[in-house]
Design a protein around this ligand. Sequence first.
Ligand SMILES: [Zn+2]
Length: 147
Amino acid sequence: MGEPETTSPDPLAEVRQRAYQAIDQWLDSFVPLLSTPEAPTLLELSEHLFKTRSQLLGDCLQAILDHILSHYTQLRQTHCPTCARLLYRKRLEPKKLTTLHGTVEIQRPYFYCVACRHGPHRPDGTPAGRRHSRSKAARSPPCRATW
Ligand SMILES: [Zn+2]
């Protein structure tokens, strides 16, 4: 017998769970359409799909976005981009973003430097965890969302 296989935890387990829940809710929206004596037409199915897809995709997008930004929203301290003082997070501020797939909401950590009188949401101008890279891509917000 060989070594038992070890499986690493799925890094997208929570995203998958939330996406599955979104799909379940989306499928439930078909129940009234499928509960009539006559089967829906392809056009009716297509129209229903068109009307409801934004909710499904928006929910999936929110799950992925929450996963991508989890380290960023958990950020408790950072250094002031101007004077390099250690700053502690004051609060999380929600911000709604409109996308092609519906509205999503992100939580932005808010910091304030008393010395500089500056309150950056993105403390060092880069997403947390990518601070050490100086590439243009690393300076862009995750998903290129407008903060
Ligand atoms: Zn400062």
